[in-house]
Write a protein that binds this ligand. Structure first.
Ligand code: AGP
Length: 617
């Protein structure tokens, strides 16, 4: 994880770096730091805590000039969050300064060698080891003579294993910045006589729309206003492939909402419209996905699918599982990316893998795709962040098009993921036995989803009241069946990560096989029970909980009065097709988690211990 930002150019680096760190804080926020190259020396400001604290601290210490700088916001992997472990890290001689996103796996053996040479370490990080390794190589490079910083970085990286995106400066070469990456992302923005480097494009977009994505195993050298790319193995990349960013600045702001999470919850009618925009072909009862068509033959022959993702993304996959089986008759397995990488794959011929990820950077998911490619599986990505690592590595891709999701808790990407699974199931179904009229029936309901979500959001105040009532509880069950089993797990995750309330998401049928022993008056349950094929079963589950003194919030279909006198509280969602109900059920559960977190005074957008994009295994 962690976010890195760099600036080299004719203007002052500080404002670009600090604003860039704010944009990247979703990647980690336990400490932050900036190094500026001013008058031939490095000024390094670093502080445990948020970027805002770093900003206050640095401003009170110095005038922050300098046209070259690197910055970092951290999610701790090696060493506790502290001032000392915060990046940037200086080498012993003070010549090299570095920021790093990733993990150097063999850092201990390198550290031992460096200690043998007299190097001292102020932090527990793998990054400080890399800084000193670069310094050591630079000093003693060629026949005892100094070598240029880019060559020293290249040689040092040839010795390390692991994942990294790094920015490196040397005080002896003030006009040079070196960027390198393996496994962690790095984007370079090309301005007018200036360069902006970051973990993703969000710190760059307000300065320039022209960007170059660094590939794994590559390094960029920005020297005297010129950018060149080569591999760590020293092969020059001639074509820069300059991409044009489409993100608008307003999409990165809160737009009058107190938190990004609430804004993103309220974005959902529009984000769902954007997910389906231009993709529905009603007269054919089908959908169109530009990034998939060239693999139509392979998709037609698919006999088995594995869906992988982590956290929320995997829960969306559980909805996809039912949709693919129901509409396309394709057997599906849903798996953690982290586990898929390390198990024996027995997929046989015509097997495919769908990787789902909002950020497109989740290491557990990315590694699983690499494994799938080794196993010759057709890989398809459902990704939100355009140009992200997963988007670039898969054979075929579908973008969510929901715009940047900034709050750590996923909301608008989740509803979009579930929608795309149903749409993709229609696509695969129409290649098989799904009739045109059945396709049309589902698509007509899909088109109504934005309005349905709008109508749920109109009643957000009712959920706010429930939040006040239920905030005191220390435990919660979220229960559902079939399509809504995955939705229940997502509801529980949302409450856990935002409200710090222990919550278990569980298939409602499983309750009686053990978990029900936890139920008492202090252990409430939210049961997702729309009037669908599972309704009667869910009614029994509710009765089982009530019989044991448990409180129940029931989430059911508008107009269903039956549960009013059974449940303690009822939340209504509009009537829709069974396979689309999770998309609607997500919304009140998101609001409940949000309002309870606000009631408890939690940092809603950046819950403790978390980061939005988990780029370490
Ligand atoms: C969602 O609220 C979580 N913060 C988390 O579970 C997230 O969904 C997971 O880390 C996967 O992220 P990705 O979609 O970016 O791959």
């Amino acid at each position: 994880m962690c976010g890195i930002v760099g600036y080299i150019g004719k203007n002052t680096a500080w404002p670009v770096l600090i604003k860039g760190l704010e944009r990247l804080e979703y990647r980690g926020y336990d400490s932050a730091g900036i190094a500026l190259l001013e008058g031939g020396t490095f000024s390094v400001y670093k502080k445990k805590g948020r970027v805002a604290e770093l900003s206050k601290f640095a401003k009170s210490h110095n005038e922050l000039s300098g046209g070259v700088g690197i910055a970092h916001t951290r999610w701790a992997t090696h060493g506790v969050p502290s001032d000392a472990n915060a990046h940037p890290h200086l080498s012993n001689g003070g010549d090299i300064v570095i920021v790093h996103n990733g993990i150097i796996e063999n850092y201990l053996s390198i550290k031992k060698v460096l200690i043998g040479k007299g190097y001292k370490f102020k932090s527990d990080t793998d990054t400080e080891v890399l800084a000193n390794l670069i310094e050591d190589i630079k000093k003693n490079g060629s026949a005892g003579r100094q070598i240029p910083i880019d060559e020293a970085v290249r040689l040092a990286l040839a010795e390390v294993t692991g994942a990294y995106a790094i920015l490196v400066l040397s005080k002896d070469e003030p006009g040079t910045m070196v960027v390198a990456k393996v496994g962690s992302p790095a984007v370079i923005g090309i301005g007018n006589g200036e360069f902006f480097i970051a973990s993703d494009a969000t710190p760059i977009v307000e300065h320039t729309k022209k960007v170059v994505y660094l590939e794994d195993g590559e390094m960029a050298v920005i020297k005297d206003g010129k950018l060149s790319l080569k591999t760590i193995k020293n092969k020059v990349r001639k074509n820069l492939y300059v991409h044009t960013l489409k993100t608008k600045i307003e999409e990165l702001e809160k737009g009058g909402f107190p938190h990004f999470m609430l804004k993103e919850i309220f974005d959902q009618p529009e984000s769902l419209r954007n997910t389906m925009r231009g993709r529905i072909v009603m007269d054919k009862g089908n959908v169109k996905f530009g990034g998939v068509e060239k693999f139509n033959k392979e998709f037609k022959n698919l006999e088995h699918l594995t869906i992988i993702g982590m956290g929320t993304a995997r829960f969306s996959g559980l909805i996809g599982e039912y949709a693919f089986e129901e509409l396309a008759g394709i057997p599906v397995k849903v798996e953690y990316g982290s586990e898929f990488t390390y198990r024996s794959v027995a997929n046989g011929r015509h097997a495919g893998l769908i990787a789902i990820s909002q950020s497109g950077e989740t290491a557990d998911t990315l590694n699983a795709i690499k494994k799938a490619k080794e196993e010759k599986l057709l890989t398809l990505g459902i990704v939100n962040v355009i140009g992200s690592s997963i988007a670039r590595v898969v054979d075929a891709g579908i973008y969510n098009h929901v715009g940047p999701e900034t709050a750590v808790a996923s909301t608008k990407a989740t509803t979009s993921q579930a929608l795309l699974f149903v749409m993709l199931a229609i696509y695969l179904g129409r290649m098989r036995d799904l009739s045109k009229s059945d396709g049309q029936k589902i698509l007509k309901e899909i088109q109504k989803l934005p309005e349905y979500v709008e109508s749920i959001l109109k009643h957000a105040n009712l959920i706010k009241k429930l939040a006040k009532k239920y905030k005191k509880y220390k435990n919660f069950f979220f229960l559902g069946r079939k399509y809504n089993a995955g939705a229940a797990m997502e509801g529980a995750l949302k409450l856990k990560e935002c409200s710090y309330i222990h919550a278990e998401g569980c298939n409602a049928a499983e309750l009686k096989h053990g978990p029900i022993s936890l139920i008492d008056k202090d252990f409430p349950s939210l049961v997702i029970a729309p009037t669908d094929s599972m309704y009667e079963k869910n009614k029994s589950h509710i009765q089982e909980i009530k019989a044991r003194g448990g409180k129940v919030i029931v989430l059911t279909t508008e107009g269903n009065k039956e549960l009013k006198n059974v449940a303690d509280d009822v939340i209504y969602i509009p009537k829709t097709l069974e396979m689309l109900t999770p998309i609607l059920a997500f919304v009140p559960m998101q609001l409940l988690a949000y309002y309870i977190a606000v009631e408890k005074g939690n940092d809603v957008d950046k819950p403790r211990n978390l980061a939005k994009s988990v780029t370490v295994e």
